[in-house]
Design a protein around this ligand. Sequence first.
Ligand code: SF4
Ligand code: SF4
Length: 438
Amino acid sequence: MLAQIIFAVCLGVAAFFIFKSIKRIYRNINLGKAFDPKGNTSERLKKMLLIAFGQKKMFDRPIPALLHLFIYVGFMIVNIEMLEIAIDGLFGTHRVFAPILGKAYPFVINVFEFFAVAVIIVCIVFLIRRNILKISRFHKPELTKWPLLDANLILTFEIVLMFAFLNMNATDLTLQEKGSEHYFATGNFFFSGLIKDLYNNASVTGLIIAERTYWWIHIIGVMIFANYLPYSKHLHILLAFPNTYFSNLDPAGKFKNMPIVTNEVKSMLGLPVENTEAVDPNAPMRFGAKDVQDLTWKNLLDAYTCTECGRCTSVCPANLTGKKLSPRKIMMDTRDRAEEIGTIIDTKGKFEDDGKSLYSDTYISKEELLACTSCNACVDACPVNINPLEIIIDLRRYMIMEESKAPNSWNAMFGNIENNQAPWKFSSNDRLNWKELL
Ligand code: SF4
Ligand code: SF4
């Protein structure tokens, strides 16, 4: 009975803190401005199923994709076992589904065990890839300290959970063989059966203690994992679904015009001006984005969904040619700044200017913004449809239109576009002069 009470309390505490974290992340994402995802629900659902559930874009690189799939499917499937563990923990039963499923029970556990072994092997391979093999995208300046520790922690965590699960089954099998009361015959489990001989010399009491310890490690481990998730890049396990659902459906690379500028240009050209935006007279007028509150909530959802895989950075021409820009860092900085503002709100009750902003040397600098070629390669490469380019463009708009910090060569180009309708310094009247030479 005491164990049941402790279990129920642990479950309640874990659920309470998970709920608090969900509230915090929801509030932080909503620091962003409104975003109209525009209709077409079936196209969005299709995208979500293919990209988040089917992991379609991961298969651009088949071997890591296959390994990742093992972890993803394995982790989901093995955690179905949590249902039985939770019922046993709350009601004091033991393997409650065994009598219900009968002969199917060992088959189900064998499937779980197969994936548990696969998860252990893949996690070890991933640890080696990250820490020993010098894969360039895992060795960038933004991927040191906490981000590196976070990746290693979660892989180690998964190994410990799967190890506890297999050993819990192995000690259970040994107790069954020794005819211990309470540990009734369930049928053989293949993978834990291979290691059960390790426990042959243990006493029944020792085995019961070991089996209960592995049981508690597994369940408490999962509760800690669920609470750690909101602080980790592994939140993408959940957020990949809404993020792909709200993906941009416009043609790749199409920029979103600023209606106020579009209208200005149209009125200069004598074209009819569209009333595309209801303007709040009290809202501070700002071109582009200086801080996370100037971005949309979808940009912030992108930031919280980023897996820090670095696929975007590995195809970014600016990064490949040694520039400071890394689209992965753009997303990591955006999330860190949203978290920082969230902490201010938590401590002071509301946001008070802290003298910092996303566009700054602390987070995303002018040097990084100027390096972007707006080629869209990062957006195309992202396995969960994140758009770093949209954030770069918005920050760059602020930098140029509010702070007039464009390089001189860009200012000359802007002047040419304004006067000659082309980036070059020749008059548009001379544009067809080349015909004279034919
Ligand atoms: S759009 Fe910019 S950040 Fe993205 S890959 Fe191209 S240069 Fe890099
Ligand atoms: S933006 Fe996408 S591709 Fe880049 S690190 Fe994040 S998840 Fe990976």
